[in-house]
Write a new protein. Structure first.
Ligand SMILES: Nc1nc2c(c(=O)[nH]1)N=C([C@H](O)[C@H](O)COP(=O)(O)OP(=O)(O)OP(=O)(O)O)CN2
Length: 138
């Protein structure tokens, strides 16, 4: 079993805010992240796939193909977008690092696992240099 990882990058805006809470409570819970003005992050995304190498190429999956999948199903939908307003797969969800990581995993699982013998192992998302979430599915 081998694991290989593709790193991608996107910029997106968000705001942490629950409509049913008062402005005061939102500020108390989310601090500056609840600011009415949207703020952006430079996200770094790590997608790890796993499987056995059965091809004469020595590849589990061509990393160029993995890049295309991540771009089509995730990056094009998120890059330079507002996560709260523009991203269909985040509709009705809080734009936290955790939930974004889970939904990115869910977006990628089907297209990646359409390749025989290739499995999505994990998605790791850095919202800032110091803050990240990792999801293994299930
Ligand atoms: N469990 C979570 N906690 C927080 C999340 C999150 O998604 N899940 N998000 C935020 C903020 O959106 C953001 O990530 C934090 O911004 P900031 O405090 O500026 O983070 P930095 O790493 O840049 O700040 P340092 O103070 O330098 O570490 C908050 N919490």
């Amino acid at each position: 079993m081998i694991h290989i990882t593709r790193k991608e990058h996107f910029n997106a805006a968000h705001r942490m805010y629950r409509e049913e809470w008062s402005a005061e409570k939102n500020f108390e819970v989310f601090g500056k992240c609840a600011n009415p003005n949207w703020h952006g992050h430079n996200y770094n995304l790590y997608v790890t796939v796993k499987g056995e190498i059965t091809h004469a190429t020595g590849y589990l999956i061509d990393l160029k193909e993995l890049k295309q999948i991540i771009n089509e199903y995730v990056i094009e939908k998120l890059d330079h977008k507002n996560i709260n307003m523009d991203v269909e797969f985040m509709a009705g969800k809080m734009a936290s690092t955790e939930l974004l990581t889970i939904e990115i995993f869910n977006q990628l699982k089907g297209p990646i696992e359409a390749y025989p013998g290739v499995f999505l192992h994990s998605v790791k998302l850095f919202e800032t240099e110091n803050n990240s979430a990792e999801y293994f599915g299930g």
